[in-house]
Design a protein around this ligand. Sequence first.
Ligand code: BGC
Length: 257
Amino acid sequence: MSSLAIGIDIGGTGIKGALVDVDAGELVSDRVKLPTPKGGTPSDIVETVVELVDSLGEEGADLRIGVTFPAVVLHGRTMSAANVSKEWIGLEAEALFEKALGRPIHFVNDADAAGYAEVSYGAAQGKDGLVILTTLGTGIGSALIYRGVLVPNSELGHLQVDGRDAETRASFAAKERGRLTFKTWAKRLQRYYSHVEMLFSPDLFIVGGGVSKHHEEFLPLLDLRTPIVPAELRNNAGILGAAALARLETVQAVERP
Ligand code: BGC
């Protein structure tokens, strides 16, 4: 079986994709990025994903595809829509993508895909116990991984902290909206991560999202008993995780009696 798969990472501002060698945990094509259509409606996003897959060329024509989405994904349905059109709520989204792309896909929450990638190829490789990855972007995404097994749809960005939805205060978008310095933002992150730490007592926190490349500006300001490290795969985590999960599903389907 080919070790190649396609990973597509749908976000609030951009949709990224590439061909991935899943065994090596590496992108083997250029990363293509298209802007997320304004309003984020299902038909516009599906159309953009088809365009992106086509742009990967002939080599991607028969490959299995993994697609991430910034919402709760339950049995192929999108059950929430924090930063995309409300039309996604309750939609058979996986089937919609499969119809448009003409092949089966693996459909997964964006942070779960990133967490799976960090366990497979990045900062959580070989880590025992409970790892919590959070992505600080338009919202806050989370992935819970216990002894290498992903517990999907944890949605820790929507914990209530100080009576507010956590991501409205502590996401990277909240930092940008409020023009907060790293120091001021770190105070909000401190409240957030202390709360998550109190609830879950993880063995490791991993911090992803584009801003994690500036980790030196804010991670040292946090005082937690849990080690907290930047994600290693940065912007490629969603793509790598989606492709790896798509391939895993194929392998399991073949092995199942
Ligand atoms: C959504 C999550 C998503 C996260 C990051 C949150 O608003 O509820 O499902 O993982 O944003 O995109």
